[in-house]
Ligand binder design. Structure first.
Ligand SMILES: NC(=O)c1ccc[n+]([C@@H]2O[C@H](COP(=O)([O-])OP(=O)(O)OC[C@H]3O[C@@H](n4cnc5c(N)ncnc54)[C@H](O)[C@@H]3O)[C@@H](O)[C@H]2O)c1
Length: 307
């Protein structure tokens, strides 16, 4: 029977369906244990992972039977896709299956930060009453700059323009916007930095995008924007981001992804109560609904592949 190894959490009903057709080994802890993973991967035909399982060539060279990798999510930076291509291993992301969850996170965090909700909350629970000392603004007619205009970037544009934001998008690989639902203008990176009140990042982590938003980028931002990153840590330089906030070059940030996950004290010690920020543990794409969609999608793809 075809053997499938699953190394991170999956929706239970989808798992039960998979077990009807395959010999499944499911161990959510395997993503943390390289030695065990290298053993278990040896005789599997298919592998299902999220973003924590590091599938570099060192690990993959143990998997001589492997023909299919299903990724419960998008972003393939934890998988050596070049190695997979050479070895004829099919890599399947769940493109589009968590787009609504991430886009809702971006809309809600941009609204919260523009409204300075974290600061009002912090003052109020300390017994202060910062009704006039903290000023918040409206999002209507403000500029949202989107960097990386793929599946999620476009959905964020669609949601945000309906909320009254004017959307600018930077993506050198997109030549035109031909979806009438999306009200956005393709722009240069400079224009985004100069005009935006909110900047949301939706890039893959690649050699080109690593450290792309850095000290020099923050220095070009004219409107003290809110920065939102739900894509990958490492695309924004975290030290430069905190410095930009402390120097009042940006007025808030929401981070769902980090250079090191879980975050380390070196980073979180710099976050002080009362800062206009929201930090979350890589959950923007993970809701009850998206977990079902993502899991069902990958189970269907792996079933079709081996049948
Ligand atoms: N936090 C989460 O839970 C979560 C969930 C889903 C996705 N993600 C991350 O979000 C990223 C985006 O997801 P997606 O589904 O929209 O991917 P996508 O592939 O549909 O879109 C990425 C876009 O980035 C563009 N791009 C690539 N290099 C660029 C560059 N140098 N400059 C500007 N644009 C560039 C591409 O042309 C593409 O249009 C994923 O790669 C993943 O890492 C995170």
């Amino acid at each position: 029977m075809t053997k499938i190894l699953i190394t991170e959490f999956i929706n239970q009903d989808s798992l039960d369906n998979l077990k009807k057709n395959f010999d499944v080994l499911y161990n959510e802890q395997l993503c943390e244990n390289k030695i065990e993973l290298e053993k278990k991967i040896k005789d599997c035909d298919g592998l299902i992972v999220r973003n924590k399982t590091q599938l570099n060539s060192d690990v993959l060279k143990n998997a001589s039977n492997l023909k299919f990798i299903g990724r419960l999510g998008v972003g393939l930076d934890n998988i050596d896709t070049e190695y997979c291509k050479n070895k004829n291993i099919h890599v399947q992301p769940a493109t589009g299956m968590n787009v609504d969850s991430v886009a809702e996170y971006v809309v809600s965090s941009s609204l919260s930060l523009i409204k300075k909700i974290p600061m009002f909350h912090n003052g109020t629970i300390k017994g202060e009453w910062p009704r006039t000392t903290i000023k918040s603004i409206e999002i209507n007619h403000k500029y949202l700059g989107i960097i990386g205009f793929g599946t999620i970037g476009k959905k964020v544009a669609e949601y945000s323009s309906k909320n009254g934001l004017k959307v600018l998008a930077y993506d050198p690989y997109v030549n035109e916007i031909n979806n009438k639902e999306i009200d956005a203008k393709l722009s240069s990176l400079n224009q985004i930095y100069e005009k935006s009140d909110i900047i949301s990042i939706h890039l893959p982590l690649t050699d080109e995008t690593k450290n792309m938003i850095n000290k020099s980028s923050f220095s070009q931002m004219k409107n003290k924007p809110i920065i939102i990153n739900t894509s990958r840590g490492g695309i924004i330089n975290e030290s430069d981001l905190i410095e930009a906030y402390n120097k009042n070059n940006i007025s808030g940030f929401a981070l769902d992804v980090f250079e090191k996950e879980p975050i380390e004290s070196k980073f979180y010690n710099k976050i002080k109560p009362g800062m206009n920020c929201i930090l979350t543990p890589h959950i923007s794409g993970v809701t009850t609904e998206s977990n079902i969609r993502v899991s069902d999608f990958i189970v269907k793809k792996i079933t079709d592949f081996f049948n």
